[in-house]
Design a protein around this ligand. Structure first.
Ligand SMILES: [Mn+2]
Length: 338
């Protein structure tokens, strides 16, 4: 890295935004409310100043977050040709809430090869800069908090829609202000969003109160798989491809299931597994001092200290057994450390 590239401050990230008139915005695959909310807020902010931003998605947005998007706001990259076209006439690439090339789908090879500046704005711990410009703040509860602060420092207006988008980002990553990352900074950011027109009840109605019966049936099937081990300190549960097929639930309907494990009294480590066509997705949630991130690193993944995920190429049974083994080890290591 030369020329000051590498990890940069929020102020430097703001200067890069201010120089761009045709940015390309994107989050990660299996986009969540933080990545999407952050991207949508930037989309509105750039448009408000007469710029021509473009937002690409790696797959259609989850149904619970589709209220953030108006027709024409985003396009889905389905083919290599789509990915190439997305890069046309852009002057900056902004990657949000992600520091993993594996989570950029069809855009990854193009971003690796591009001569365009790539700016990553993120809050996941990371020791090596992801891109030439990497604005990293692990103290931000959500990438949306960081994006909001950058917009405020630039004095770019945050309108009602951008406010809802950033509020969605914050509630997504703090679990509606429940998790350990819920701090004064996040709460004050949310309060400032409300003061510019964000509508918490509207966001909650779209995100929380539109569940499908199929998703509830998937939850019922999932609950039958839940197992407690190590005196109830480790909770595991999974969903199979058959469960999706027989209930009609969508992949995104399993996103919140891990929280049913972490909500059980006495659970220190929650492990959720989702069987895919090409392997298994694992999600970890932990209570401090246990590290979800350390567990995820055993499965080529990453994330936050208390919330992280990874993948396994083998069968569900193998992934489950290995995950339980690592979870048990981390309990005993912590016991030794006292
Ligand atoms: Mn996030």
């Amino acid at each position: 890295m030369t020329g000051g590239a590498g990890f940069i401050s929020a102020g430097a990230a703001g200067r890069l935004l201010a120089q761009s008139t045709r940015p390309l915005l994107m989050g990660h695959v299996e986009i969540d409310g933080d990545a999407l909310g952050s991207a949508v807020a930037l989309l509105h902010a750039f448009r408000a100043r007469g710029a021509a931003p473009r937002l690409v998605l790696h797959e259609p947005a989850p149904r619970i977050f589709d209220f953030l998007l108006e027709a024409g706001d985003a396009s889905v990259v389905d083919t290599g040709a789509d990915a190439t076209a997305a890069m046309d006439e852009r002057d900056l690439v902004i990657v949000l809430d992600n520091n993993s090339w594996a989570r950029l789908g069809l855009m990854a090879p193009l971003l690796k090869a591009t001569s365009l500046p790539v700016l990553c704005i993120d809050h996941h711990p990371c020791s090596t800069p992801f891109s030439a410009w990497h604005c990293l703040d692990t103290g931000a509860a959500a990438t949306g908090v960081l994006v909001q602060e950058i917009l405020e420092a630039l004095d770019w207006p945050v309108d009602e829609s951008a406010g809802d988008a950033l509020y969605t980002a914050i509630v997504n990553d703090t679990g509606w202000f429940r998790w350990s990352n819920t701090d004064r900074r996040a709460l004050e950011a949310a309060a400032r969003l409300v003061s510019v027109g964000a509508r918490p009840a509207r966001v909650a109605a779209f995100v929380m109160l539109r569940e499908s019966l199929a998703a509830k049936k998937l939850l019922a099937r999932f609950l039958d798989t839940v197992t407690l081990t190590e005196d109830g300190r480790i909770a595991t549960g999974f969903v199979t491809r058959e469960m999706f097929a027989s209930t009609g639930a969508l992949r995104e309907d399993s996103e919140d299931l891990v929280n049913h494990l972490r909500a059980l009294e006495g659970v220190a480590i929650a492990v959720f597994l989702r069987e895919d066509a090409d392997g298994v997705k694992l999600s970890f949630r932990t209570r401090a001092p246990f590290s979800a991130r350390a567990l995820a690193l055993q499965f080529s993944g990453g994330g936050h200290e208390q919330a992280a995920g990874g993948r396994h190429d083998g069968s569900l049974a193998t992934a489950l057994e290995e995950a339980q083994g690592f979870a048990k080890q981390s309990l005993s290591h912590a016991a030794v450390r006292g």
